[in-house]
Design a protein around this ligand. Structure first.
Ligand SMILES: NC(=O)C1=CN([C@@H]2O[C@H](COP(=O)(O)OP(=O)(O)OC[C@H]3O[C@@H](n4cnc5c(N)ncnc54)[C@H](O)[C@@H]3O)[C@@H](O)[C@H]2O)C=CC1
Ligand SMILES: O=C(O)C(=O)CO
Length: 328
C-alpha cells in the first residue's frame, strides 16, 4: 500500500498522546470541542473519512452507513462493544470494523468485582451514613450485608471480562458458574473451577450473585426479562457492567419494589445516559456512570489499539481486531 496517509476522523477527544500519534501517522481530524457529533455531523464525517474512529456513544446505524461516501474504508471503534454499529451494513459495503478488546478487560472486571462488593457489603450506603453524621456506633445487628465467601457467582457471557471477573471472584472464595453460547475450553474451566449451565433459567434460579458480561445483540436484548428476573433468589445480587439493553429496566424496578432481590449494581443503563427514575434513591442499588474502562491506562491502551488497527490496514494487512458478523 502507498505511503499516503489515511484521512482519519475522530468523533471525540482521545488521550493527548493518542491524538499526537494519530496526527503523526495519519491525516487526522480531531474533534477538539469534544462535543458528541450530531447525526448530521456523523453523516458528514462519513462523507470525508477514509477511517472513522468513533466511540461507543456514536450511533452508526444502517441508514447512516448506507449514506457514507465510497472513500470510507474502515470504522475503527474506540471501545470493545460494537452494538452501536450496524456491522452487517458496514461489512456489506466492504467497510472494515475494528474494536479494542482485551486492553480494558482487567479494569472492567475490577469494576464488576467492586460492584459485587459494594452491593453485598452495603459499602455506598454505609459511607453515606458516616458522611451524613448518622453513625451512632457499632451494633451486632445493624447494616449487615451478605457474605461472599463460599457463594455462587453466575457469569452470563464467559468471554474476556467474564473470565477476568471469575478469577477475582475465586480469590474472594466464590464458586464460579457460567452461561455462555458454548463451554469455555477445559483448561480455562479447570483454572476457574467453573461449571457451565446450558440453561440460563436454571442457572439464574440457583445463583447468589449474577454478573452480565455478554455483548448487546438482537439475541441478548432484555435477556433479563421480567420472567427471568423473577427466577432470581430473593437474596441474589445482580450486577451489569456489559450493556443496559441486557436488562428490562422497568421490570427490574418492579422486582426491586417487590424486594425480589437483595441488591443491584449497574455500570450501564438501558437508555444511557438516562437512568430509570425508579432505580434512584434506593439503598440497595449502586449506580455508576459507565466507568468500566475508565482508567488512564486503559484509555491510553484503547487508543493505541485503535492506532494499531488503522496502521495495520494502512500497511496493507488485516487489522488484528477486525469484527465480523459471525463473531457476534
Ligand atoms: N462497562 C464498560 O465500560 C465496558 C463494557 N463492556 C461490555 O462488555 C462486553 C463483553 O466484553 P468482552 O468480555 O471483552 O467480550 P467477549 O467477546 O470476550 O465476551 C463476550 C462473551 O459473551 C458470550 N455471548 C454472546 N452472546 C451470548 C448469549 N446470547 N448468551 C450467553 N453468552 C453470550 C460470547 O460467547 C463471549 O464468550 C462488551 O461487548 C461490552 O458491551 C466492555 C468493556 C467496558
Ligand atoms: O469499550 C466498551 O465497550 C465500553 O463500554 C467502554 O469502554
Amino acid at each position: 500500500m502507498s505511503a499516503r496517509k489515511l484521512k482519519v476522523v475522530l468523533t471525540r477527544r482521545l488521550p493527548d498522546a493518542v491524538e499526537t500519534r494519530m496526527r503523526e501517522l495519519f491525516d487526522a481530524e480531531l474533534n477538539l470541542t469534544d462535543r458528541p457529533m450530531s447525526r448530521d455531523e456523523l453523516a458528514a464525517a462519513l462523507q470525508r473519512a477514509e477511517v472513522l474512529a468513533p466511540t461507543i456513544t456514536d450511533q452508526l446505524d444502517a441508514e447512516l452507513i448506507a449514506g457514507a461516501g465510497d472513500q470510507l474504508k474502515m470504522i475503527a471503534n474506540f471501545g470493545a462493544g460494537v452494538d452501536h454499529i450496524d456491522i452487517d451494513a458496514a461489512v456489506g459495503r466492504g467497510v472494515i470494523v475494528t474494536n479494542t478488546p482485551g486492553v480494558l478487560t482487567e479494569d472492567t472486571a475490577d469494576l464488576g468485582m467492586s460492584l459485587i462488593l459494594a452491593v453485598s457489603r452495603r459499602i455506598v450506603e454505609g459511607a453515606g451514613v458516616v458522611e451524613a453524621g448518622r453513625f451512632e456506633g457499632w451494633s451486632p445487628t445493624w447494616m449487615c450485608g451478605r457474605k461472599l465467601w463460599g457463594k455462587r457467582l453466575g457469569v452470563v457471557g464467559m468471554g474476556r471480562i467474564g473470565q477476568a471477573l471469575a478469577r477475582r471472584a475465586r480469590a474472594f472464595g466464590m464458586q464460579v458458574h457460567y452461561h455462555n453460547r458454548k463451554p469455555v475450553p477445559d483448561m480455562i474451566a479447570e483454572e476457574l473451577g467453573a461449571t457451565w449451565w446450558d440453561d440460563l433459567d436454571q442457572m439464574l434460579a440457583r445463583m447468589d450473585v449474577v454478573s452480565l458480561n455478554c455483548p448487546a445483540t438482537k439475541e441478548t436484548h432484555h435477556l433479563l426479562s421480567a420472567e427471568r428476573l423473577a427466577r432470581l433468589q430473593p437474596h441474589a445480587i445482580l450486577v451489569n457492567t456489559a450493556r443496559g439493553e441486557l436488562i428490562d429496566e422497568a421490570a427490574l424496578v418492579e422486582a426491586l419494589d417487590r424486594r425480589a432481590l437483595f441488591g443491584v449494581g449497574l455500570d450501564v443503563f438501558e437508555n444511557e445516559p438516562k437512568v430509570h427514575p425508579g432505580l434512584l434513591g434506593r439503598a440497595n442499588v449502586v449506580l455508576l456512570p459507565h466507568l468500566g474502562s475508565a482508567t488512564l491506562e486503559a484509555r491510553q491502551d484503547m487508543g493505541d489499539r485503535v492506532i494499531a488497527n488503522i496502521m495495520t490496514y494502512q500497511n496493507g494487512h488485516r487489522p488484528p481486531d477486525r469484527v465480523i458478523p459471525a463473531m457476534l
